[in-house]
Unconditional design. Structure first.
Length: 99
């Protein structure tokens, strides 16, 4: 019995030693997806910032049109599906509420 327990413990420790190559590849893919989503949110707002910021024309599915150069308004009007991008939009909303 003791030998079986030791072998089983050794096998468990080997499994927990580190992630498999496929796990690391998936982690890298998720990380890259998060970076792309964050850049997309930043790109949507970037050209509206600063003294030479441009206005954005945003149309809603209902046909309403909003023209603004306010980053908070732009982000509020966005329909975001990616979890990381959604988190960034929610973060911007909480910063607007605090100021």
């Amino acid at each position: 019995r003791n030998a079986t327990c030791v072998i089983r413990a050794m096998a468990d420790s080997k499994q927990q030693a580190g992630p498999k190559a496929s796990d690391r590849a998936q982690e890298k893919s998720v990380r890259e997806s998060n970076i792309v989503a964050a850049k997309a949110v930043a790109d949507a707002v970037r050209t509206s910032l600063g003294p030479r910021g441009m206005d954005k024309m945003i149309s809603s599915p209902g046909g309403d049109v909003v023209i603004t150069n306010d980053g908070a308004t732009i982000l509020k009007q966005m329909e975001v599906a990616h979890p990381t991008a959604k988190m960034l939009v929610e973060l911007s909303k909480s910063q607007v509420a605090d100021s």
